[in-house]
Ligand binder design. Structure first.
Ligand SMILES: [Zn+2]
Length: 180
C-alpha cells in the first residue's frame, strides 16, 4: 500500500515538473513579427481582464505587474542571436528600441544604450526592493519594460544601459522593416 502511494506521488511529481518545464519554455519567447505593427495614435488603457486576454501570463506579469524575467533565459539567448531590426511594445505595438543601440552588457537581459524614440519611453523613480533605480515604461500603455542604469562605463556612446525584459518586446527584423 505504502509503495503504491509512493509510486503515485513520484509520478505526480514528475508530471508536474515536466508540465512546468513545458510551460516555461512556451511562455518566455519574444515574438518575431512578420509585419511592421501599426503605431498607436494615443494613450492606451485597458482593464486587467482586457490585458490578460491579449498578453501571455509571463507578459502580463512583467508589463502589468512590474515583474522581471529570469536572467540569461530563452528570450535573452534569442535576443543575442537576432540581427538588425526594431523592437516594439508587446502590449501596444509602440516603437521602443532599435538594434542600432543594442550592446552586450553580459547582464542576462536585453540591453540598449538608447531608445529608438525617447518620447515613447517614460522614466520614473523606483525605490522598490530596497534599491534606488529608474524604471522604464512604455509611454503609450504604461507597461513596465525594465530599468535604466547610468554611468556604468560599458563604453557605449552615452554611458547608459536600458536593461529590458525581452518578453515585453516584439521584434521586427530589418528585412521586414525595409518592405514597409
Ligand atoms: Zn506599450
Amino acid at each position: 500500500m505504502f509503495k503504491k502511494s509512493l509510486i503515485l506521488f513520484v509520478s505526480a511529481a514528475i508530471i508536474f515538473i515536466v508540465a512546468s518545464i513545458a510551460q516555461e519554455s512556451s511562455k518566455s519567447i519574444m515574438s518575431t513579427e512578420e509585419k511592421v505593427p501599426i503605431q498607436p495614435t494615443g494613450k492606451i488603457t485597458k482593464t486587467k481582464q482586457e490585458w490578460e486576454k491579449i498578453l501571455t501570463a509571463e507578459q502580463f506579469r512583467i508589463l502589468r505587474e512590474a515583474g522581471t524575467e529570469s536572467p540569461n533565459g530563452k528570450t535573452y539567448l534569442e535576443f543575442k542571436k537576432q540581427g538588425g531590426g526594431t523592437y516594439y511594445c508587446a502590449g501596444c505595438n509602440t516603437e521602443l528600441f532599435s538594434s542600432a543601440h543594442k550592446f552586450d552588457s553580459h547582464c542576462g537581459w536585453p540591453s540598449f544604450y538608447d531608445g529608438a524614440n525617447n518620447k515613447n519611453l517614460i522614466l520614473r523613480d523606483d525605490n522598490s526592493h530596497g534599491m534606488t533605480r529608474t524604471e522604464v515604461l512604455c509611454a503609450t500603455c504604461e507597461g513596465h519594460l525594465g530599468h535604466l542604469f547610468k554611468g556604468e562605463q560599458y563604453g557605449n556612446p552615452i554611458n547608459q544601459r536600458f536593461c529590458i525584459n525581452g518578453v515585453a518586446l516584439k521584434f521586427v527584423p530589418l528585412k521586414i522593416e525595409e518592405k514597409k
